[in-house]
Design a protein around this ligand. Structure first.
Ligand code: C5P
Length: 397
C-alpha cells in the first residue's frame, strides 16, 4: 500500500527522535519515497546524515538554505501524506494555530495531504489541558493522531508519553492508502467485558480488555465504513468512530438493539457476562454481616436476539472464547445463535485472546467454510475477519 507513495517524515526535537530513524527505514522498506524534514530541535538529538543515508531524498532542515527557493510549498504539494514522529507539544501547538516558524510547520500548513501526528513528551506535558485541547482540535480537522504509549521516558521517568512503536506508526500511514472496500457500510462493533454490579462498589467482570473490538472498529474505519463502537472497556483516546460507552449486559443490549436495524455488519466482539446478580444491593454489603450468598440470573443473549431478528443483507458475527474443543464449541455456537460467522479463539494458549495484543483465531461460517489465522496482532486478525466477511458479502450479492 505504501509502494511509490511520497511521504514527508517530520521529525521534531525529542528524545524519541532516534525512533524516527526506524520509522524512516520501515517506510522505505515498504516502498515509500520518503523525504525527512528535521527541525532544529531534532538536529540536537539525531544527525541528518543518518536520514540522508536511509531516505529516498536528502533530509531537509531549513526554510532558507535549500536549493529550492520555497521548499515548504514544494514539499506540501508533492506529499501524499505527512507524518510527524515524534511530534513535540510545540509542533502540535504551532500546527493547531497555523504558526509557520520553521520548514516543517510551514509545510504542514501548506499541505492538503493527510497528516499523521505521533506525539511524544513527558506525561505531565501530555496530560496538560492545552496539549489535549490542541490534539482534539486537530483530530476534529481530520488529522490522524497516533497516541503515545506508557513506558520509559527521558531522564528515567516512566509514564504515558512514549512515542508509539514504529510498526504502529507505519501501519497507520499505510492505512491512509488502504482500499476503501467498506465505504457505504454501517458497522457496529461491541468491545470489552461487561460489569454486572453486586452492590455500588462491587461487580462481576471478566478479563476482556476491549483491544480486539477496538482493532476491529479501527480496521473498519480505515476501510471506509461508518462505525459505531459499543464498548464496556475504556473508550479510545481521540476516537475515529462513534463511541457508545456502556457498563452492563443490559445497557449493551439496549445500545445494540437501538442501532441494529440500520447496520450492515454487526460484530459482537464483547465478552458479555452470561450471569448477573439477580438482586443488586442499593447499599454496600457490609462484611460484618457475614459472607453473602449472591444469587445469579442469566443475562439477555444479545447475539442470539440479533440472530433471530436478522434483517436481509445483514452480516452477524460472534466471538467464542474457548478453553477446549474450540471447533465443536464454535460450530455449536454458530448454529445456536443464528450468526453468519463465529470467530473462535482458544484463550488457554499463551498470548491468545484476553489482555494480550495478539490473538490467533479460527473463523467458521454458517456456509461451512473456515479460515485459520496465524498467531498475530489483533489488528491483523481484524483485517482477516473483514476480508472474510467482505468476500462472503460479495459472493452473496
Ligand atoms: O455464549 P457465549 O458467551 O460463549 O457466546 C459468545 C458470543 O455471544 C460473543 O460474540 C458475545 O459477544 C455474545 N454474547 C451476547 N450476549 C450474551 C453473551 C454472549 O451477545 N449474554
Amino acid at each position: 500500500m505504501l509502494a511509490d507513495r511520497r511521504i514527508v517524515l517530520g521529525v521534531t526535537g525529542g528524545i524519541a527522535a532516534y525512533k524516527a530513524v526506524e520509522v524512516c527505514r520501515r517506510l522505505v522498506d515498504a516502498g515509500a519515497h520518503v523525504t525527512p524534514v528535521l527541525t532544529a530541535g531534532a538536529l540536537r538529538f539525531v544527525g541528518r546524515t543518518t536520514f540522508d543515508a536511509l531516505a529516498s531524498e536528502r533530509a531537509e532542515t531549513s526554510l532558507w538554505d535549500e536549493e529550492h527557493p520555497i521548499p515548504h510549498t514544494r514539499l506540501a504539494r508533492t506529499a501524499e501524506a505527512v507524518v510527524v514522529a515524534p511530534a513535540t507539544a510545540r509542533l502540535i501547538a504551532a500546527y493547531r494555530i497555523g504558526l509557520s516558524d520553521d520548514l516543517l510547520s510551514a509545510a504542514l500548513i501548506a499541505t492538503e495531504a493527510p497528516v499523521v501526528i505521533c506525539p511524544a513528551m513527558h506525561t505531565e506535558m501530555w496530560e496538560h489541558v492545552a496539549v489535549q485541547e490542541n490534539l482534539r482540535v486537530l483530530a476534529e480537522r481530520g488529522v490522524t493522531i497516533v497516541p503515545p504509549e506508557e513506558g520509559r521516558l527521558a531522564g528515567g521517568d516512566v509514564g504515558k508519553g512514549r512515542l508509539a512503536e514504529p510498526e504502529t506508526i507505519v501501519r497507520v500511514v499505510a492505512d491512509l492508502f488502504a482500499p476503501k472496500d467498506m465505504e457505504g457500510l454501517h458497522v457496529l462493533v461491541t468491545a470489552g467485558g461487561t460489569r454486572e454490579p453486586i452492590d455500588p462498589v462491587r461487580f462481576i467482570g471478566n478479563r476482556s480488555s476491549g483491544r480486539q473490538g477496538l482493532a476491529l472498529a479501527s480496521e473498519a474505519v480505515s476501510r471506509g465504513a461508518k462505525v459505531t463502537l459499543v464498548t464496556a472497556a475504556a473508550p479510545p483516546e481521540q476516537p475515529t468512530m462513534e463511541v457508545v460507552p456502556v457498563e452492563t449486559a443490559a445497557e449493551m443490549e439496549a445500545a445494540v438493539l437501538e442501532r441494529a436495524e440500520g447496520c450492515d455488519v454487526i460484530v459482537m466482539a464483547a465478552a458479555v457476562a452470561d450471569f448477573r446478580p439477580a438482586v443488586v444491593s442499593a447499599d454496600k454489603i457490609k462484611k460484618e454481616r457475614g459472607v453473602p450468598v449472591v444469587e445469579l440470573e442469566a443475562t439477555p443473549d444479545i447475539l442470539a436476539n440479533l440472530g433471530s431478528s436478522k434483517k436481509p443483507g445483514q452480516t452477524l458475527v460472534g466471538f467464542a472464547a474457548e478453553t477446549f474443543d474450540l471447533r465443536s464449541n464454535a460450530a455449536e455456537k454458530l448454529h445456536r445463535k443464528g450468526a453468519d460467522f463465529i470467530v473462535a479463539n482458544d484463550v488457554s494458549v499463551p498470548g491468545v485472546g484476553f489482555e494480550h495484543d495478539t490473538n490467533q483465531v479460527v473463523i467458521l461460517s454458517a456456509e461451512g467454510t473456515h479460515v485459520e489465522t496465524e498467531h498475530t496482532s489483533k489488528r491483523e486478525i481484524a483485517r482477516t475477519v473483514f476480508d472474510t466477511i467482505m468476500a462472503a458479502r460479495a459472493g452473496n450479492q
